[in-house]
Write a protein that binds this ligand. Structure first.
Ligand SMILES: NC(=O)c1ccc[n+]([C@@H]2O[C@H](COP(=O)([O-])OP(=O)(O)OC[C@H]3O[C@@H](n4cnc5c(N)ncnc54)[C@H](O)[C@@H]3O)[C@@H](O)[C@H]2O)c1
Length: 352
């Protein structure tokens, strides 16, 4: 491997612009090629980020021997098939969330990764925020005592991605706010708890705004079409873990509430509570006999660069542990599947 890792980007939508600048900022990586089904968006991504080669098909990009690693950011339906194709072509893969449309697909990707011997990761950017890293260290160091409950929430009042695009369609997206933003805070919550052993899930999902043409926030570059909005714009779940801890997940693309947006993870421990957005600790100070809120938290930040691509690149260079393992990503997908099943059946799903 040369001193510079060559990335190929599959997908030139809204998130890929941010991702390209992250890769190009790294001293040992660059985006060398890209592909998108839309020639116009492909050109814009390449011109805006000095990407020298534009490929009309994924096959051509994957056949390019100079490409070491592939970033995939396309509608969710294509996550698993393109990941498998890239792994089989001998590329390392960083896939944007969510993992897949369901656990079965995600397991197929995991099997392909194992067979190929290449590195596969899910680019869960929220894990890298310094505040989240600090709270994870507090939990690991026992500062909160036994953490017996957590809330993971990302709720937007009017934040549905561009209506009339793939984001709102079950066949293309798999799910709505659950797969778009719920997955971020669910993953973050399990990560700060360092607990990926769910045993049961009760969940409910609702479609109340997007189907009426309401609640748009506007994210996304895909063209509007007459595509049906038939995914959740509100989802809630109670997840129980092997050690007895519970996690309450609330995620909405649109709902009536006071704030325009709120997101974070809140932890309840026997010795203290904590939040990630921002990092704060809540506890009784026995010396001053008062209740205190600690904002200036000094705790270990495992990835000071704060960036998912830096973690992936540094890992490929043998310099850093990979933050998001396939096993962890599979555990999160298992919960997402169980939320869908529970919502459909009205019953708790046991996933031991
Ligand atoms: N990590 C994050 O914070 C974050 C944020 C936004 C989006 N995402 C994820 O990134 C992915 C893309 O989202 P976006 O916001 O960029 O969407 P977008 O609608 O802006 O862009 C999607 C792009 O994919 C292209 N495309 C569609 N099917 C394709 C295929 N089979 N092959 C190649 N290109 C194809 C479209 O032409 C379009 O340019 C989604 O999976 C989304 O969940 C992650």
């Amino acid at each position: 491997m040369s001193d510079t890792l060559n990335f190929g980007f599959i997908g030139a939508g809204k998130i890929s612009g941010y991702s390209a600048s992250s890769v190009n900022k790294h001293p040992h990586a660059r985006v060398a090629a890209a592909h998108d089904l839309s020639p116009e968006r492909l050109r814009e991504l390449c011109e805006g980020n000095n990407i020298p080669t534009a490929y009309a098909t994924a096959e051509e990009l994957l056949a390019d021997k100079s490409i070491d690693a592939v970033y995939i950011a396309v509608p969710n339906k294509f996550h698993a098939p393109l990941s498998i194709q890239a792994l089989e072509a001998g590329k390392h893969v960083i896939l944007d969330k969510p993992f897949a449309l369901n656990l079965k697909e995600a397991e197929q990707v995991a099997a392909a990764a194992k067979k190929s011997g290449k590195i596969f990761t899910l680019g869960m950017n929220q894990r890298f925020a310094p505040d989240s890293q600090k709270v994870r260290s507090l939990v690991a160091d026992g500062v909160l005592g036994e953490v017996y409950h957590a809330k993971a929430y990302w709720q937007r009042r009017e934040g549905i991605p561009r209506l009339g695009t793939w984001f709102g369609n079950k066949e293309l997206a798999g799910a709505g706010c659950l797969y778009d933003i719920g997955v971020h805070v669910l993953d973050l919550c399990l990560y700060v708890l360092n607990n990926f052993e769910p045993v049961s899930v009760y969940g409910a999902t609702y479609t109340k705004f997007g189907n009426r043409g309401l609640g748009e926030g506007g994210w996304g570059l895909s063209e509007r079409s007459n595509i049906e909005f038939n995914v959740d714009d509100f989802a809630t779940a109670l997840i129980k873990f092997k050690n007895g801890c519970t996690v309450a997940l609330d995620t909405t693309w649109a709902c009536h509430m006071k704030d325009g947006n709120r997101n974070g993870v809140e932890l309840f421990g026997t010795e203290a509570g904590a939040t990630t957005h921002p990092a704060q600790i809540f506890r009784r100070n026995p010396v001053r006999e008062s209740y205190e809120v600690i904002e200036d938290i000094r705790a270990k930040v495992a990835f000071p660069h704060g960036d998912r691509f830096s973690n992936f690149i540094n890992h490929l260079r043998g310099e850093e542990d990979l933050c998001v393992s396939i096993e962890q990503a599979l555990a999160v997908q298992k919960i997402l599947d169980a939320i869908a099943e529970s919502s459909a059946t009205g019953k708790e799903v046991v996933i031991g």
